[in-house]
Design a binder for this molecule. Sequence first.
Ligand code: NDP
Length: 328
Amino acid sequence: TRTPVNVTVTGAAGQIGYALLFRIASGHLLGADVPVKLRLLEIPQGLKAAEGTAMELVDCAFPLLQGIDISDDPNVAFDGANVALLVGARPRTKGMERGDLLEANGGIFKPQGAAINAHAADDIKVLVVGNPANTNALIAQAAAPDVPRERFTAMTRLDHNRALGQLSKKTGVPVSEIKKVTIWGNHSATQYPDIFHAELAGKNAAEAVNDEKWLAEDFIPTVAKRGAAIIEARGASSAASAASAALNHVNTWVNGTAEGDWTSMAVPSDGSYGVPEGLISSFPVTTSNGSYEIVQGLEINEFSRTRIDASVQELVEEREAVRALGLI
Ligand code: NDP
C-alpha cells in the first residue's frame, strides 16, 4: 500500500473548494491509485462550512481518502504538505485600488509562505489559484526562502483550456487533437493566448485558421475575458472549470506532458523570451518526473511580441508594487 499524499487546500469552503475537494478525493489530482489526506485551511468564519464539506466527503466513502483535517492555522494546515493548492484570496471589490488588493493578499500569502517554509514536506509543490495569482505566488515564494523557488507556480491552465475550447469551436477539430497552445504572461485580461505554434490535427493552427481578424478581435479577447462572461451568464464566477484546471495543472506537473505536446503554467522566469528573471509568468512548459522545463527556442513574431511584452510589463508593475509594500 502506498503512503497517502498530503494535500492542503486553502479557501476550502469557497466555491472553487467545493468543486475541487471531491475530485481530489476521487483520484483526479494525482491518479486513481494514489491515496490522499486532505488538510483544509479556512479563515475562522469559514470553518463551519468547511466542516460541512468534510461531512459530505466522509459520506462519499471515497476509497482513496485517508483523512481530513481542518484548521484556521497555516502552521497546522501546511504541516507535512506534499501538494498545496492556494485557492483562498482577497478578491478585488468595487473601487479597490491595486495597492490595497496587493496589500490584503500580502496578509494572506506571506504567512502561508512562511508556514510552508517551516512545515511542508521536502517535495512540496505549490499551485496558487487565488487572484492576483502570479503575484500572490511571488509573495508566498519570497516568504519561503528554504523551498526551491521553482516549486511556486500559478494557474494559467484554465486560460489554456479555454483557448483549446475556443479553437475547437471555431474549427471543429476535437480538443484531443489540438496541441501546443500557449498562454503567456499574467493570469489577467492582459494574458496572451498564442496559437502560432499550436497544431490542429497535425497542421499549424494559425495557418489552418488563417484569420488574423478573428485571432485579434475574437479569440484573444474571448479567452482573456471569459471569466467576466461566465459571471454575466451564470450569475456566479467560474468554479467547476477553475477547479478542473487546478487538477489538470498538478496532475500534469506530477505525471508529465504527453510526447509532442506542452502545457501552460505560470512559473518563475529564468529570463527566457525576455521575461525578467524571477517573475512568475506563464510559459509553454513540458513536464516529466515531477519537474518542468520552459520550452526553449520558439520563434516569436511581432504580433506575439507586443502582446507578451504588455502582459509581462503588468507583472513587472505588480512586483514593484509588492516590493514597495515590503511584501517581497
Ligand atoms: P472562489 O472559490 O470562487 O474563488 C477563490 C479564488 O480563486 C478567488 O481569489 C478567485 O479570484 C480565484 N480564481 C482564480 N481563477 C478563477 C476563475 N477562473 N474563476 C473564479 N475564481 C477564480 O471564492 P469564494 O469567495 O467562494 O471562496 C473563497 C474562500 O476562501 C472563502 O471560503 C474564504 O473564507 C476563504 N479564504 C481563506 C483564506 C485562508 O484560508 N487563509 C484566506 C482568504 C479567503 P477572483 O475572485 O479575483 O476571480
